[in-house]
Design a protein around this ligand. Structure first.
Ligand code: HEM
Length: 410
């Protein structure tokens, strides 16, 4: 435990910086603009760069220590059974529930027995979460200082290929590891996220890529200040033959009919389309990836309802530039909206939810939590969750403790 505390203290300045940036990120267009950096994507499918800082490093010891401490404290979180009648086991309550379970703690302690070299034992998903969380800011030169947004997008693009009519695609398979899916236009730039995850996979080779990529989306949302996202393991990796056809993900230069065509195929309704679009609070468009350019909000590494506030309260004009059609804000000309983002304010059925989420971040968080959890399970056969259900707490989804919560509980 002493080594855990020491490690956590050593790691604090980094996170303290992020928190300060997150919480005091009042509009700072200059800072945002200066953070624009352009990276050309390595050829899709190229091998991930070696990461010499992994095995045997203090980082690994820290992850293992955090995981052990979390396990001992019973910090795995789970939903009450009564919540399971809601969508895919997701309850209506977005609040953090620290419901330490003695049985669960014991199980984790048992499973951690005999581990050597600081490597977390199989099934220790909180340790995987912690490893992802600790690496989010590992490269201050990457975009706005966090890999979080591109991990949220990787989890979404891995899952959003689901087609309910043919029951194909979805997060089960992680088929974006292979051509042709890795080369689909919509996936441009996601090599950065896949390489990030490759490093994590080396530390936890027992986890499937399909589980890992979705867990990455959960960790990123939570660490950047968003709601807790319930998550269950059980996805299996697929083969190149299972790659989905191009064209299942949305294009940014289209309107509400296109949004409905794409998202209804996944099984989402209008309210869920709006809630999910709120993820554009995070990150930015890159000219060398999608062709679009710029961030949606002034705080692109903070998960907030600012996207909806800007849609409602800001004036948006078409940007005059030599690029695809996009909007820019009248006040600072430093922010952008896609045609699909603006469609949410033009269509009455979408607009009511935009207005609701602009007024209440709580409502946005509650709905995003349900919709994103549903997205991350698209295409996963229910029987895949059986092993998890029989082993862990009756199959109630995990709710992971954030790194901030873990520090505070010390
Ligand atoms: C509604 C239809 C959507 C369209 C047309 C769309 C389109 C785009 C485009 C064009 C980009 C820029 C990619 C780049 O140049 O790097 C982007 C980025 C992003 N999208 Fe979406 N998206 C949609 C829905 C979603 C959903 C449902 C989520 C997650 C729940 C999401 C999360 C993100 C995030 C976090 C980024 C930033 C990535 C980064 O900073 O690297 N998007 N999206």
């Amino acid at each position: 435990m002493a080594s855990f505390r020491t490690s956590m203290r050593a790691a604090q300045p980094l996170r303290a910086n992020l928190r300060a940036a997150n919480h005091f990120a009042a509009p700072r267009p200059t800072a945002v603009r200066s953070a624009v950096r352009h990276y050309s994507s390595p050829a899709p499918g190229s091998p991930p760069p070696p990461n010499p800082s992994q095995s045997g490093s203090t980082r690994t010891v820290l992850f293992a220590s955090v995981a052990a401490a979390v396990a001992a404290g019973g910090a795995f979180l789970a939903f009450g059974r009564e919540d399971k009648k809601d969508i895919l086991g997701v309850g209506a309550d977005g609040a953090n529930k620290l419901s330490g379970s003695k049985d669960r703690s014991k199980e984790i302690r048992e499973s951690n027995k005999g581990q050597t070299g600081g490597r977390a034992s199989e099934g220790d998903y909180q340790a995987v979460y912690n490893a992802i969380a600790e690496k989010l800011e590992s490269n201050p030169d990457y975009d706005d200082g966090s890999y979080g947004p591109v991990l949220v997008r990787l989890a979404w693009h891995a899952s959003g290929t689901y087609d309910k009519n043919t029951n194909t695609g979805g997060s089960n398979g992680a088929t974006m590891r292979f051509a042709p899916e890795a080369n689909h236009g919509a996936n441009a730039g996601l090599i950065h996220a896949r390489n990030f995850m490759e490093d994590i996979h080396k530390q936890f080779p027992w986890i499937t890529y399909s589980d890992l990529w979705t867990l990455g989306g959960v960790a990123a949302v939570q660490e950047l200040g968003g709601p807790k996202i319930p998550w269950r393991p059980g996805r299996k990796d697929g083969t190149a033959e299972q790659c989905t056809p191009d064209g299942r993900l949305p294009d940014g230069d289209k309107g509400s009919d296109h949004l409905r065509y794409i998202f209804y195929k996944m099984g989402f309704n209008d309210q869920e389309i709006v809630a999910l679009s709120g993820a554009h609070a995070l990150g930015r468009c890159h000219k060398d990836r999608s062709g679009f350019d710029g961030p949606w909000t002034h705080s692109p590494i903070s998960f907030t309802n600012e996207y909806f506030n800007l849609l409602v309260n800001e004036k948006w004009n078409m940007r005059k530039w030599n690029g695809p059609p996009q909007f820019e804000d009248k006040s600072t000309k430093s922010l952008m909206m896609l045609m699909t983002d603006m469609a949410l304010t033009q269509d009455p059925s979408f607009k009511q939810h935009v207005q609701r989420y602009a007024k209440s971040e709580d409502e946005f968080f509650k709905d995003f939590r349900s919709a994103y959890a549903k997205l991350l399970e698209l295409g996963v056969p229910q029987e895949n969750f059986k092993a998890f259900e029989t082993k862990l707490e009756g199959g109630r989804p995990f709710e992971f403790a954030t790194t901030a919560e873990q520090e505070n509980s010390q």
